[in-house]
Design a protein around this ligand. Structure first.
Ligand code: 4AD
Ligand code: MG
Length: 458
């Protein structure tokens, strides 16, 4: 259908003023008096609506009575100077209803609660809030690819179906074509008859495959969906989320920390520059002071604190935490929030975690207790990046795997990389939705995904 995007008209109104144009869209609001009608039309290309003005004397009254909210229309009219505060007005001359919309359309009001909108994920992209979320989500993806491409990384596509639980946390979704009532005496027999002849699942992280690619390609990144059957029903956990995982050969922990900070700042800058309207909207309606928060972040260095020191800070905080703090414990959201929101008041890297609470692949520090791993924590959210230098020493790696009772034969190819020209290398995983939440102020991960998958909700 030949027509002009509303965004194109609103961005360069001078090109269209006084001229005829054809637009398409959905009716967001519709107001009427005896002689004139006003329709706010949105086609998804711009956060702002096109204000359509209709002079009722020009139309057959019976037909033009009103445009129903939610209806889709094609309109021909003149772009004219606005009589109100709009960039331009659109004086309607001709129209065609493409899809009518009955009055049980759920988005009749201008404002709905996010809880309500979560019950209609198929319709919520028609609201301003979600239009803004998905515009920034798109820009953020673009910025991520741009950053890596410009810095010489290769984008690789790791498999989604895998046999190995990278994080070793037992949160893998199982993938099977076995009939529901298949009965076997042992697990081995059961999986032997399955599609792959062995147990398979959906990836929890592309890291292991990414490491093997980096051992030849040098600098790579993956950007794809990851799946975790975590039963944590929180505002920051989804069962299906997107992860960005760069892997860098010849990089030690301090190198990758530098890259992570540069990367976060670069993609934030890109969103601020490319999505001014969306960011203004979030700043005004979703998180007051959001833009200032991000600009301050861009202008200062991220903090860095040793895990051991972080534990001391938490102990001395005088706070009553639900989860007790002692050396060796994993940091809970409440601990992370204290560190970022109250103590440091900026993003911080917590480094050198106890080996026992982290994954097998992390480089073992000389102290014999900690690993060269870091989480990046940001105010309001907590962890957005999990990062580490990888253990490049074959014997040390095998020892860590044996300690965790891992089946070495299943990892023989991974271990080969430590046998054939092993190099120091590091990488990280950024939770894409958590990053999106950080830059938009969206406080529930369910509002950062098109169709969120969480425990009990598909
Ligand atoms: O810290 P994680 O588990 O690290 C890894 O998976 C490493 N293999 C990454 C690497 O070094 N290549 O996960 C990385 C990030 C977290 O910091 C968090 O932002 C996000 O992924 N994440 C989740 N986001 C949404 N829902 C969940 N259930 C998430 N679990 C992790
Ligand atoms: Mg983590």
């Amino acid at each position: 259908m030949k027509h002009t995007d509303i965004a194109v008209i609103l961005r360069q109104p001078e090109k269209f003023l006084g001229k005829e144009a054809t637009v398409c869209g959905w009716v967001r609001t519709s107001r009427n008096s005896k002689t004139v009608g006003f329709v706010e039309l949105n086609d998804g290309t711009s956060l702002n609506n096109l204000q359509v003005v209709l002079d009722k004397s020009l139309f057959d009254d019976n037909k033009i009575g009103y445009f129903k909210v939610g209806a889709s229309v094609k309109m021909v009219g003149d772009v004219v100077k606005s009589e109100g505060n709009n960039v331009v007005d659109f004086r309607l001359k001709k129209y065609e209803i493409l899809g009518d919309c009955p009055s049980d359309y759920p988005l009749q009001k201008k404002h709905h609660t996010l809880e309500f909108l979560r019950t209609i994920p198929h319709l919520r992209p028609r609201t301003k809030y979600f239009e803004a979320v998905f515009a920034v989500r798109d820009q953020l993806s673009y910025a991520i690819h741009e950053y890596f491409h410009k810095n010489g990384y290769k984008y690789v596509h790791a498999p989604i179906i895998t046999g190995s639980d990278c994080e070793g946390a037992g949160e893998m979704f199982r993938l099977t074509t076995q009939p529901w009532n298949a009965s076997y005496k042992t697990e081995e027999e059961y999986f032997k008859d399955d599609f792959f002849g062995k147990k398979a699942g959906l990836t929890v992280s592309a890291q292991l495959e990414g490491e093997m690619a980096a051992m030849g390609l040098g600098k790579i990144y993956t950007f794809g969906p990851t799946f975790r059957a975590e039963h944590s029903n929180t505002t920051r956990h989804a069962a299906e989320f997107w992860q960005i995982e760069p892997e860098v050969a010849f990089a030690e922990i301090d190198d990758i920390i530098e890259i992570a900070e540069d990367f976060i700042k670069s993609i934030t800058r890109s969103v601020l520059a490319a999505c001014p309207e969306e960011m203004k909207y979030f700043d005004q309606w979703v998180e007051k002071g959001l833009i200032e928060k991000l600009e301050k972040m861009l202008a200062s260095d991220f903090g860095k604190v040793d895990y051991t020191d972080a534990i001391e800070i938490l102990k001395k905080s005088g706070k009553e935490f639900k989860y007790k703090v002692e050396w060796g414990c994993d940091l809970q959201t409440e601990h992370e929030k204290y560190l970022t929101d109250e103590y440091f008041k900026k993003p911080i890297f917590v480094v050198n975690y106890p080996a026992d609470i982290k994954a097998f692949y992390m480089k073992q520090n000389k102290d014999g207790k900690t690993v060269a791993a870091t989480d990046l924590l940001v105010p309001g959210i907590g962890e957005i990046i999990g990062c580490s230098e990888r253990e490049a020493d074959y014997d040390k790696l095998v020892k860590a795997m044996k300690k965790r009772n891992m089946p070495l034969e299943a990892y023989s190819q991974y271990l080969d990389t430590r046998k054939f020209g092993s190099v120091p290398h590091s990488g990280f995983g950024l939770g894409f939705e958590r990053m999106l939440m950080y830059v938009t102020g969206v406080s529930n991960i369910r509002d950062a995904l098109l169709f969120p998958r969480t425990v009990g909700n598909l």
